[in-house]
Design a protein around this ligand. Structure first.
Ligand code: 9MR
Length: 385
């Protein structure tokens, strides 16, 4: 007796994606060559779908690695300073600002016709704020002093750059991934709560930079173990809407982590909760920005060909699902080449094989991940907004 197939079974088998089968055939069919048609710059592949493609760039990479800077200029239509707008870099003391490094990145971007995003105006965790701010004496009127410090910072930065910056990560990573609660900082303690602090940051940015897209940026992802983080971010975004806080977009960082070679059933298991999350975010009217794409090649063998294939397939599957949302218009990587990625220093592989988290290798040669990103951009629905 023949087995009845439902519609989904037919679609799945027609695509050749039989449950635990590797994703390779589908990926290979979609990609003309391993480099992903290097001839076409990623910014141009993206622009054909009315998308923008870009990367983070550090002052060190820009000033000490001209070959890398040239690659960034060729491939990118969008830039973000990897560190140089953060309080830790910009605010050596409570009364001073050090703009020179960020200015250099912005000036270079403008000279090459590349738009530059701002990251970030408030990274709401003590760990990422300057030591002087964590130990700050807010005096006898702590609420007023905290308000003054925060608004002065945001006013000074946003007014300095005016319309040269059209999108800001106003608040970065305020949600504790362990339980979805909001982090406290010296500022939020003095101001009487995290929500009023974050609201103040957004209201200040809107008033000082009314032209700019205002983003809440975080790293909740689609892998297992992110449920509490996603739920916490949704609660925060709902609260923003309820209170009329001016937040335009969610920055979806996209620091992906493989769990072995991806299979169709593995991807299908990740896709459900991820779509539910993005549905909830977009139904609240938020725009989406992929702000920090890279991949930790966990549980993949050291063999470079196999590892690169796993990373590429995982990236392609993720981008296909995420780029299906028309509310997503920008894709930025967190570094374009393996020699400029934070991941090796942050979390080396257990077997000590050098990490391969980005689109280009240490010799600036394109990897299968580049082809995967090119193919995902090339086949994304054309943005009409
Ligand atoms: O890549 C950045 C690394 O060089 C810095 O030491 C670190 C702390 O400032 O921040 C890294 O970038 C982070 C980004 O600002 C926010 N999302 C997570 C990124 C990777 O940790």
């Amino acid at each position: 007796m023949p087995t009845m197939l439902n519609r989904r079974d037919l679609i799945v088998s027609a695509a050749g994606l039989i449950a635990s089968a590797p994703l390779a055939p589908a990926l290979a069919a979609a990609m003309p060559d391993a480099a992903g048609t290097e001839a076409a710059a990623l910014k141009d592949v993206a622009a054909r779908r009315r998308l923008r493609f870009g990367t983070a760039l550090s002052f060190g990479a820009l000033t000490r690695d001209p070959a890398y800077a040239a690659l960034v200029a060729r491939q990118c239509g969008l830039l973000v300073a990897e560190n140089e707008m953060k309080w830790q870099w910009l605010r050596p003391t409570p009364t001073t600002f050090a703009f020179d490094r960020f200015d250099a990145i912005l000036g270079w971007g403008e000279a090459h016709g590349i738009a530059v995003r701002g990251h970030n105006l408030l990274w709401h965790q003590p760990k990422w704020l300057p030591a002087w701010l964590n130990a700050y004496d807010f005096g006898s009127a702590p609420h007023r002093e905290a308000e003054r410090l925060l608004t002065t910072h945001i006013d000074t930065v946003t007014r300095r750059y005016g319309t040269r910056i059209k999108s800001y990560d106003v608040v970065n990573e305020a949600v504790n991934p362990k339980d979805g609660t909001l982090y406290e900082t010296s500022l939020s303690k003095a101001l009487g709560g995290t929500e009023p602090t974050l609201d103040l940051a957004f209201h200040t940015a809107r008033a000082a930079a009314p032209h700019a897209q205002l983003v809440y940026n975080d790293y909740m992802s689609w892998e297992p173990g992110n449920d509490a983080h996603r739920a916490g971010v949704l609660r925060l975004l709902e609260g923003f809407r309820r209170r009329g806080t001016p937040v335009d977009a969610l920055g979806v960082q996209s620091h992906l982590i493989t769990q072995g070679l991806p299979t169709a059933s593995h991807v299908a298991a990740l896709e459900g909760p991820w779509r539910a999350f993005l549905d909830a975010v977009t139904h609240m009217g938020y725009v989406l920005v992929v702000t920090e794409l890279d991949v930790r090649d966990n549980m993949l063998p050291a063999d470079i060909a196999v590892r690169d294939r796993g990373v590429a397939e995982f990236t392609r599957a993720y981008l296909d699902v995420t780029l299906a949302y028309p509310q997503l218009t920008d894709v930025l990587c967190w570094g374009l080449a393996d020699r400029h990625s934070w991941i090796e220093g942050f979390e080396p592989r257990r077997d000590r094989a050098p990490r391969r988290p980005t689109l280009y290798d240490t010799a600036l040669q394109p990897k299968p991940m580049r082809a995967a990103v090119a193919a995902a951009l090339a086949t994304a629905p054309i943005r009409t907004g």
